[in-house]
Design a protein around this ligand. Structure first.
Ligand code: BGC
Length: 820
């Protein structure tokens, strides 16, 4: 990275007129900042984030690596893994000619109902901040900026553009800002994204929290960019520490900001300060000055992305239950539970569940990327065990609405090759552009939509067996569908809920017609999109089939029958993008559809039933004590299925520990609501978030924070504290190598201040062969501070350090003394 010469920046700013400077402060389009050839500044490309780098388009012909969702990264508890994760994204950004990655998302898992929970790391600020810092360092090592988001308290999606989150100073500092602090002060992030929501009155893109603590006390010298479409005023946002408005080219700044400077409402020095930050970012990413590379290409030392995706999915998967239901010789030798299975001795395996075949490998919304290939659990198990040993049945439907046609079932009528043809036409029917695509789920943004587009026509030959089908589209706008020249559908659909730029993608309604075909058929679909917001057209169209299960009970029974005939059963349960996505919160944590009935029936049919949970956030598992094992796989990235096979068959240890408490019913007192009342959401619980609230109210969750099992057993033998250094002796008492996360929580009895019952103060990830070993944990100073009357304070005296393997499993206690 080039070092930044502030005198040079001053000189460059001096070369620009007011209009030129202001122009730089709004995006040139959806994904880039303007170039200014007069000073040698090229455009900078920004890309979502946070679990892949999508690049400037959603086009499947330009695929991107899809890593496991951030909640899976949170579950690794492993800063080294987070650094590799960030580094892979930095390399991916370089490959895609992107300068800025829009991640990590470091809002807290305040409520499990939060729709974007999958995109954030944990309910704990220390765990979030440590992992995010390593992620940022990993990204930026490639000369690519990371953008921790969304600053701050964007912890739920309900009314996300307008909600006013009322959070007291202490709670903000100790929790929500605490997650951002190390990312800025230690990770030295080059950019931060301000949130859509308001905090204590002002919306975040004009909030005083941008100045203090961010650019003031923490010394952030990077660029604050707005969330997409968040800036709605001129003076109020321009006089805040808000530096770049995204996207563009139309924004509330531009001419209006020029006028405000001319009228003396906004000092020109304020504009200069923002330009300075933009240019500083440009220097850092190599976008300014002679010889700046347009991109550095993929770094030679970049890890193999798909291999890393598989490893991280293993490292983040959390085995929350593993009992010896009915042990036989094909459970691996030495195991104390049902898992791992010994693949050499295993008989037929029933793989059940919609998500086993149609895996959710990532969350919905702006985190979406288009990987080259995805391995589902069914495919992963077939590859590991041989197709003959694995029998599949859906059992219960999860993904509802129109699902895209599988690529292998589509023929492009123009090229004769696989896929479809999409043609943009103007109102007179004149062709503006044609694309030959291989996927049936299509998204175009900003300049990708040709000017003057009236409609998009999609043509394909669908290779389908004879019979009745429900076909159509998921799209916001008017859809007309012809099958073999006959119009079968002519209707309009509108998104519900979220009104933002992404609604056309996240919430496109399905419209379908029931048809009967004799076999392969020609489809012609005409789509007239609803008009997007000015300057931000987003057009999304999925062409496909809707599955309708005529008799759900019979489907469950058929799956259970398959389980009864098999040696073991794997049920993959989970959510779909209609239940868990950016743009809305969940209203229930229950698994959608008939999945609970499916698990119960399968477990009754075969005691050796293992459930794999494919969700980005907690879901309810009411049958959890009736199955042999439960593995939480999150949204496991593009190699999810390989990771599931690795873990079930014991090729690898499930390395994860819960980064967030899993409730039992979702309506326990400790579970917080993210739903505003009258536009306001008050964080009444103060510092008692997540496990802290569970401990305060004394409830018992399904699984506590920090919980997770491996395939070996451990003893915790002793601990000594010297200053802030804790040395823990422990032992791997099993007969295979394993991973353990030794966790350290503080508490303070007889405290003069109200405190959480316990709070995480440090941890160590231990990989060890059988035998004794040592873990070292350094307790950070920040673990001992609390916010009091607008400043940090430290209460002297005796703290208790609780050491163990989850927040409620802490057999060791030692004292830590803090002197004045
Ligand atoms: C999201 C951001 C995202 C941006 C660009 C917004 O709606 O909140 O996280 O980076 O869109 O896609």
């Amino acid at each position: 990275m080039a070092s930044v010469d502030d005198d040079l920046l001053t000189a460059l700013i001096g070369e620009l007129g007011l209009e030129q400077k202001v122009r730089l402060l709004t995006g040139a389009d959806f994904w880039s900042t303007p170039a200014e050839p007069a000073i040698g500044l090229r455009r900078m490309v920004l890309s979502d984030g946070p679990s892949g780098v999508r690049g400037q388009s959603w086009d499947e012909r330009d695929p991107s690596l899809s890593l496991p969702s951030s909640s899976a990264l949170g579950a690794t508890w492993d800063p080294a893994a987070a650094r590799r994760y960030g580094s892979a994204l930095g390399a991916e950004a370089r490959r895609q000619h992107a300068d800025v990655v829009l991640g990590p998302t470091i809002n807290l898992h305040r409520t499990p109902y939060g729709g974007r929970h999958f995109e954030a790391l944990s309910e704990d600020p220390l765990l979030t901040g440590e992992l995010a810092t390593a992620y940022v360092e990993g990204v930026q090592a490639h000369g690519v900026a990371a953008t921790p988001k969304h600053y701050v308290a964007n912890d739920a999606e309900s009314e996300r553009f307008t909600v006013d989150n009322r959070v007291d100073e202490r709670t903000l500092r100790e929790l929500y800002l605490a997650a951002f602090e190390p990312v800025v002060t230690r990770g030295k992030a080059w950019a931060v994204m301000s949130a859509y929501n308001a905090v204590n009155g002002p919306t975040m893109s004009e909030n005083p929290l941008l100045a203090e603590p961010l650019t003031g006390e923490w010394g952030f010298d990077g660029l604050v960019m707005s969330d997409w479409g968040a800036v709605r005023t001129t003076e109020a946002s321009a006089t805040a520490e808000q530096h770049l408005v995204m996207p563009g080219p139309v924004s509330a700044w531009g001419d209006r900001l020029v006028a405000a400077v001319r009228d003396g409402r906004v000092p020109e020095t304020v504009v200069d300060g923002k330009v300075r930050r933009l240019l500083r970012l440009a220097v850092r990413v190599g976008a300014l000055g002679p010889g700046s590379p347009a991109d550095a290409g993929t770094p030679a030392d970049a890890e193999d992305g798909p291999v890393l995706a598989r490893e991280l999915a293993v490292a983040g998967s959390v085995l929350v239950r593993n009992t010896a239901a009915d042990r036989t010789g094909n459970t691996a030798a030495g195991s104390t539970g049902e898992l791992p299975w010994n693949p050499d001795a295993l008989g037929p395996v029933a793989v059940l569940g919609h998500n086993a075949a149609l895996a959710r490998f990532q969350g919905g919304g702006s985190a979406t990327v288009r990987p080259a290939a995805v391995v589902s659990p069914l495919e992963g198990l077939r590859a590991a065990l041989g197709a003959d040993r694995v029998r599949y049945r859906m059992g219960a439907q999860v993904a509802a609405g129109v699902q895209p046609f599988a690529p292998a079932t589509m023929t492009n009528p123009v090229t004769g090759g696989p896929g479809l043809r999409a043609v943009f036409r103007d109102a007179d029917g004149v062709e503006l552009r044609a694309e030959d695509r291989t996927a049936a789920s299509l998204v175009w943004m900003g300049p990708e939509v040709p000017d003057g587009t009236d409609r998009i026509e999609v043509a394909l030959r669908w290779d389908t067996p004879a019979g009745a089908h429900r076909v159509g589209a998921a799209a916001a706008g008017h859809v007309r569908l012809e099958i073999d020249g006959v119009t079968v559908l002519d209707t309009a659909g509108h998104p519900t809920g979220d009104e933002g730029p992404g609604a056309a993608i996240f919430e496109a309604p399905s419209v379908t017609a029931e048809i009967t075909v004799d076999g392969p058929a020609d489809l012609l679909l005409r789509f007239r999109p609803s008009v997007g917001e000015a300057g931000m057209p987003v057009v999304a169209l999925t062409v496909g089939e809707e599955i309708v299960v005529a008799d759900p009970d019979a489907e469950v029974a058929a799956a259970a029958a398959l389980a009864a005939e098999s040696d073991v059963a794997v049920v993959v349960v989970g959510t779909s993008d209609r239940f868990e996505s950016e743009g809305f919160d969940r209203t229930t944590l229950a698994l959608p559809g008939h999945q609970d009935a499916l698990v119960r029936a399968v477990a009754a049919a075969n005691p050796r039933t293992v459930v794999v949970v494919n969700s980005g956030a907690p879901v309810l598992l009411p049958w959890r004590d009736d199955v042999a094992a439960v593995l939480i796989g999150w949204f496991g990235g593009e190699r999810f299925g390989e990771a599931v096979a690795d873990v079930l068959l014991g090729a690898a240890e499930p390395g994860g520990r819960l980064p967030t408490t899993w409730p039992a019913t979702g309506d326990e007192r400790s579970v917080l609501s993210g739903v505003p009342t009258g536009g306001v959401l008050t964080y009444d619980e103060g510092v008692h978030v997540g496990y802290r609230n569970w401990l305060r109210h004394g409830g018992t969750p399904a699984y506590p924070f920090g919980h997770g099992l491996g395939y070996t057993t451990w003893t915790l033998d002793g601990a000594t504290v010297t200053g802030r250094e804790v040395e823990v002796t422990l032992g791997n008492s099993g007969d295979r190598a394993g991973r353990q996360v030794v966790q350290a929580y503080l508490s303070r009895e007889d405290s003069a201040v109200e405190r959480p019952a316990r709070w995480l103060a440090g941890w160590a990830v231990v990989d060890a062969a059988p035998g004794p070993t040592t873990a070292r944990i350094t307790l950070p100073d920040t673990a001992f501070r609390h916010r009091e009357r607008d400043r940090w304070a430290v209460e002297t005296g005796v703290y208790t350090l609780h050491l163990g393997f989850s927040v409620t499993d802490t057999p060791l206690r030692v004292e830590v003394i803090v002197d004045g």
